[in-house]
Design a protein around this ligand. Sequence first.
Ligand code: ATP
Length: 749
Amino acid sequence: MRVKSLEISGFKSFAKKSVFEFGASISAIVGPNGSGKSNVAEALRFVLGEQSLKSMRGKRTEDLIFNGSKSAERQNRAKVTITFDNKDRTFPVDFDEVSIAREIHRDASSEYFLNGSSVRLKDIIELLASVHIGASGHHIISQGEADRILNSSPKDRRAMIEDALGLKIYHWKINESEKKLLKTEENMRQSESLRREIAPHIKFLKKQVEKVEQARTLRDELALLYGDYLIREETYIKHAREKLHGEKGNLERELHEANEALLRADSLRGVQTKESAEVSELVRVRSEMGAVRRERDDLGRKIGRLEGMIEYEERRLNAPEVAHEKTVSAEEAENLAQNLYDELGHAEGSEDYLYIKGVVSATRNKLGKFLEHIRGSGVQRGPREAAIKVLEDLRIEHKNLLGAQENLEDLISGFEEKMRELEAILETKRRDTTDAERASFEFRAKKQELTLRIGIVREHIENFMRDEVAFREELREGGILVGRSILDYVNNHIDIEQALSESRAEQESRRKKIERTKIRLEDIMGGGSGEDIMREYEEAVERDVFLSKELEDLKTSAESLRELMRGLDEELGAQFKDGIKKINKQFGEFFALMFGGGTASLEVALDKKRKRGDTDIEGLFEGEPDDEEETEEGIDVAISLPHKKIRGLQMLSGGERALTSIALIFAVSQVNPPPFLVLDETDAALDEANSKKYGDMVATLAKYSQLIVITHNRETMSRAGIIYGVTMGSDAISKLLSIKFEEAEQLAK
Ligand code: ATP
């Protein structure tokens, strides 16, 4: 890898685009004072990511951009591009050329490009570090800076040498590890503090969880108790419901039947009262029969009288003469009247139509005859004929009366028959009534008893309904406490016969046990399910486990970081010592060469260092020494000039200082050669003899590193393969020209 070219545009005095082609191992840049040579070295610093404006002789970003002149306008941006040949792939990128560009603007914005693509400064620094081009720019020795290494403090000197030896990477790694360690320790503190924070909460939750677990056990117990209780209760209720309703149904049916029977009995009883139709019929028949009997008796008496009259008439007829007188005796008239009065009286009391008709027709006959008799109607007969006629009439009447009497007898026997029938009916009824009354009494008693029993059953049903309500309530409450699994009680098996035969007190004692368990459960959980607590506890424990694991991991990684840092420290120390040894060998040689003898070496010196306790974290690292004052290694330069008793660098002349610096820079550069080395008038203070030696050293160094030298020195120029001349005209713009050695010599004068 080598620098191929440098393109400068708008940077400082290079207002226009100027391209340096560094085709040789030594390239020299020559030119009059103030023409812009050092600006080239600064352009190199700039493009490699230099952040210090001071080291580029500027105060503000703007100072790096061409500021214009009387005849040229100022530029608004400065851009420098460096191109490396990367055919050997020293840069770990798959390009034959690597070009890095940096562009700045007046607003101080800065951009970096890698092969034309915009990248971050970090990317540039990383890429350059990989080829040992450090940001400190140890490979660019600015004008008048050569003896900087001698002027610095031992500590800074050490830093410079470490950088030159390529050991900065160790510091960088150590720093990175330290940052990581600090971060890790901070994380550890956070994890520990979080653990401390949640510990009391976990303790509290643990107690709660114990309660929840206790409650779960109780709940399981309760579920078992419920399971047994509920199945028994349901069995009881089912059975009791059937039994009581069956009983009630039977009793009500019986009561209904008893009511019906009672109604029947009562209706039977009511028929046979005194007012019954048969009794009045019997009375009526009896009275009618009495009337008819009386009439028959009257008729019998009348027939008797008539027979007497017939006998009388017969006797009279048979007597010699019969006087025919038309007379009616008072007795005769009274008899007739009495007779009629009685008959009609009977007829009046009778309802028998035939009888009444018979009486009426008999009355009419009698009255007809009586009228005939008293009017003397009919043919005027002689006394005999008249007597015969009377007799005949009497006989006819006798016959009629006998007929009537016979009718009455028939009537009487009809009545008697009727009365017998009625008596028989009444007798039956009387018997029925007695039975009905007895039945009525019995049914009434039965009804009373049934009503009583129904009342009792109803009471039982009411009690039982309370049991049913209590069962449902128990199921509901149980559901709340035990959950839906309460319904599993239906799968429980019990000895139904035993369950039904046991006393209710057994169930009551089971219920009381459930009640007691419920109270205990509520005491513990206050009605809550505890799911939230369990979840919270699990989460808290999980978090604690996570934190403790994290803490373990952090401890492990802190330990490995410390281990890494120790390793890096050791490695750095070892490499540094080795480097110093190598440098000393070269330093001594170059020094002796330059001074024609004498010795020079770098020596490791111990300096007091800050107290670590200021930044360390208390108590985190057991066994670590805390607040111990530590020392730090610095570098001293020890020299001894031939023939001179010189102690200390401050006693050297300017030229001697320059020679010593050069010997040291070259020694360092040879031990760990940078890809390229820029030397800006490092040879300025050398006399001719030393210039020659310097030239030899440059030639030697060029075997290891590409050299870009800015010089006025003829000897140095003579070693260069390419010489660029930088001039500045009246426009105050640096111009570039590739020139020959002779021209260079001329230009440098
Ligand atoms: P010497 O041989 O004396 O060391 P040199 O060739 O190294 O000189 P430089 O120091 O590189 O010269 O250049 C200095 C010149 O650059 C000055 O003339 C200065 O005015 C000019 N210069 C510096 N910064 C700017 C800028 N921002 N704009 C224009 N010109 C600038």
